[in-house]
Design a protein around this ligand. Structure first.
Ligand code: ATP
Ligand code: MG
Length: 421
């Protein structure tokens, strides 16, 4: 196929063979969010570029090199396909004054866009489910988020394979103190820094800790730890989060180098990780971002949230044999003859009136050929109609998945019989 007629690289079609798994996942997620009282918000896929630059931070992977940004030729505005959901959610909350009567528990779903190198578990259009709790201070919501994600892994059948890592980025005071020590340390090891790290040394030194470059690991392991700098308030907050995890029996590992890729975090940050996906091991990530709402022009409101990568979770479910099959029809209506065809259409509608899933054979062909199609469809019954049946208002019913004779009934009776299965 000529290049122009292929999907954009890194952007996937979700084909019918995969959609039962997507639906199964989405249905479970909706019910799970209802358990915790989160309400869905749907924001546009396009936003003004400035929104993301301001919310995510200039010296981040996303803003530096991953955004799909273009100029709207009709009015010259710079627009960006959303690379994540927090910025839009906070924008909408401010724009519509959603926090006027207190904190809000929100969630969103949908495609996100990042110009990255496509590989397994990393795409240019991918899907997230995200949760944001706006307007809640203290550790309660951090703990709620960790408990609720742990529940989702149990419900999806993935609890064994996903593990929790947490860290605290502290408050403004401890971050400033740590930043000074970190820059001094990196300057002393400047020859060990790769190009990315050198560029970040003054813009965003914390992010250097996040580097996956093998050559820098030993140096990074020995770097000053933010955890050792935490002020009293941050220490109390973090201890409360840890206590909440202990109370709930959720195992976790403190990872002092976990800093997250976005600028807006403070206090608790976390990642749920797996070793089943190779390098793309993080399935869910988030934390607290108390300063973001005010930074974006809203009345100051503490907040926390997280997002999970749907494709990564679905690969895990697929590989664990947890993907459901396609929904089989209850009946496949075989029909040969002109009057049979007209009666078959009515019969199929009557069956659907009763809530049955019906495939009506289309395109003609012999009884034998149509019966083959009926069998291949996975239907539990074939409803067989020739001109003789049509003349009497009857249909023949043949079980396809169990032993049993083909038997003839009045249409109304056949509907009752199929409903009884
Ligand atoms: P990574 O370190 O893997 O690049 P990230 O820190 O950029 O992840 P977040 O912005 O925290 O990711 O997004 C939350 C989740 O969304 C990730 O943990 C991951 O599961 C998923 N995700 C992020 N980028 C992609 C992508 N390009 N393709 C598929 N899933 C992704
Ligand atoms: Mg990334």
């Amino acid at each position: 196929m000529s290049n122009g007629l292929r999907a954009v690289r890194g952007m996937n079609d979700i084909l019918p063979a995969d959609s039962p798994l997507w639906r199964h996942f989405e249905t479970m997620v909706e019910a799970w969010l209802d358990l915790y009282g989160y309400r869905e918000i749907r924001t546009p896929i396009l936003e003004h570029t400035g929104l993301f630059r301001r919310a995510i931070g200039e010296v981040t992977d996303i803003v530096e090199k991953e955004m799909y940004t273009f100029v709207d030729e009709l009015n010259g505005e710079s627009l960006t396909l959303r690379p994540e959901g927090t910025a839009s959610t906070v924008r909408a909350a401010i724009e519509h004054n959603l926090l006027f009567d207190g904190g809000k528990r929100l969630w969103y779903r949908g495609p996100m866009f990042r110009h990255e190198r496509p590989q397994k578990g990393r795409y240019r259009q991918f899907h997230q489910i995200g949760v944001e709790a706006l307007g809640f201070a203290g550790p309660d919501l951090d703990i709620e988020h960790l408990l609720m994600t742990a529940r989702l892994w149990r419900q999806l059948g993935l609890a064994e394979a996903i593990h929790l890592e947490i860290n605290s980025l502290g408050g403004a005071e401890s971050r400033a103190r740590h930043r000074g020590k970190l820059v001094a340390y990196f300057q002393a090891h400047v020859h060990d820094l790769d190009e990315d790290a050198r560029r970040r040394l003054h813009g965003n030194p914390l992010r250097i800790l996040d580097s996956k470059n093998p050559a820098m690991q030993a140096m990074l392991e020995a770097a000053p730890r933010l955890l050792d700098e935490l002020e009293q308030e941050a220490r109390v907050h973090f201890d409360a989060v840890r206590q909440g995890l202990v109370d709930a029996g959720i195992p976790y590992r403190v990872n002092p180098r976990l800093v997250r890729g976005l600028d807006y975090y403070n206090h608790t940050v976390f990642e749920w990780v797996t070793d089943r996906l190779g390098a793309q091991g993080t399935v869910c990530a988030g934390g607290r971002y108390d300063g973001l709402v005010a930074q974006m022009g809203g009345k100051p409101a503490p907040a926390c949230g997280y997002a999970m990568g749907v494709e990564r979770l679905l690969v895990m479910m697929q590989e664990a044999g947890l993907a459901p099959g396609a929904l089989a029809p209850d009946a496949y209506v075989v029909n040969v003859g002109e009057s049979a065809g007209r009666f078959a259409r009515m019969a199929a509608e009557s069956l659907r009136d009763a809530g049955l899933r019906v495939l009506l054979h289309a395109g003609g062909g012999s009884f034998k050929a149509q019966m083959k199609r009926a069998d291949a469809s996975g239907a539990r019954h074939a409803i067989i109609i020739g001109d003789d049946e049509a003349a009497l208002g009857e249909v023949a019913v043949k079980p396809l998945r169990a032993q049993g004779e083909q038997r003839r009934f009045a249409l109304g009776r056949a509907v009752e019989i199929l409903k009884g299965f």
